[in-house]
Design a protein around this ligand. Structure first.
Ligand SMILES: [Zn+2]
Length: 306
């Protein structure tokens, strides 16, 4: 009996523990359920969650990315021979009419002048060789040496616009700043020789452009010309022979060459190399001509980015 009683007592004691445990579990579950219930959670949230600051928001919300081009988008980096414009997503350019070109032709382009130190020398060489070139002049230099611009033009060379400032940081701030700079030079050229050249060369080439630059320049009838043969004379340290070698290496099987050189003050080797360059090109059967908007531009394909 005692045993039974003890058992009974033990049983009662155990039941009490069990009840306490059950009450504990029930309380815990009730708390969790209430906390997870939407109404309870919302009430709690209004009192405990602090709205994120602006800086927190910017850090956690990613910026929207532009949509990728549709798959298999065909991009033509320059005009075709029929005058159909380049194509790329977002690019809007006019069709043009271009002249037929000789089978092997070179367009010599001379950038960054005019300067007293080298432009007259280059003009003398070109006159002696009876070759016409295209001078992409800088507005700031034209202001200083208007008579040299006039000499270039009077000698029959083509005149192109190489911006007013040649300042990359200003030019590549926006298409509008680029266009304003070009138009400033356009006005200067018109005052001195009475023409509005529509051929331009972007400092650094069109690889500095995005689609908006092409669209704005085309809307204003300008056409940009890059090059496919670089004398390498921007370095300023090259000897005559090194410049000639640079040119010889790049001629290859090109049917059409737009050659770039410079008439900056420290480029005397360029003018001295020019007669040799002309001789080598003539030997290979090339003829020489000047650029105009009737000539299909050569532009860098990598210029088409967004
Ligand atoms: Zn330049």
């Amino acid at each position: 009996m005692i045993i039974n009683k003890e058992r009974k007592l033990e049983h009662v004691t155990y039941s009490k523990k069990e009840i306490l445990l059950l009450i504990g579990v029930f309380t815990l579950l009730t708390t969790v359920i209430l906390a997870l219930h939407p109404l309870t959670a919302a009430t709690t949230a209004t009192t405990t969650v602090v709205a994120p600051t602006v800086s927190t928001y910017l850090k956690t919300v990613p910026l929207a990315k532009p949509l990728a081009d549709p798959p298999n988008t065909i991009i033509h980096p320059t005009y075709d021979s029929k005058g159909n414009p380049p194509t790329a997503p977002g690019l809007i350019m006019k069709a043009r009419v271009f002249n037929a070109e000789p089978p092997k032709v070179v367009y010599i382009t001379i950038d960054d002048g005019p300067y007293l130190q080298n432009t007259p020398h280059l003009l003398d060489v070109l006159k002696k060789e009876n070759v016409k070139a295209t001078f992409f002049d800088v507005g700031q230099q034209i202001e200083q040496f208007p008579s040299l611009l006039k000499a270039e033009y009077d000698q029959g060379h083509a005149i192109g616009n190489h911006t007013y400032s040649h300042d990359y940081s200003a030019l590549y701030k926006s298409p509008d700043t680029f266009l304003a700079d070009v138009q400033k030079t356009d006005d200067l050229i018109f005052k001195i020789i009475g023409i509005h050249p529509k051929i331009i060369r972007a400092p650094g080439g069109t690889s500095c452009f995005n689609i908006a630059y092409y669209n704005l320049l085309d809307a204003n009838d300008y056409m940009a010309y890059d090059w496919n043969l670089d004398t390498g004379d921007t370095d300023g340290k090259f000897s005559v022979q090194q410049i000639v070698n640079n040119v010889d290496k790049q001629i290859g099987n090109k049917h059409k060459i737009i050659l770039i050189m410079h008439d900056l003050p420290n480029k005397s080797s360029s003018a001295n190399a020019l007669p040799i360059i002309i001789a080598h090109l003539k030997e290979k059967g090339y003829t020489f001509d000047t650029l105009s908007t009737n000539i299909i531009p050569i532009t860098f394909p990598e210029g088409f980015y967004k």
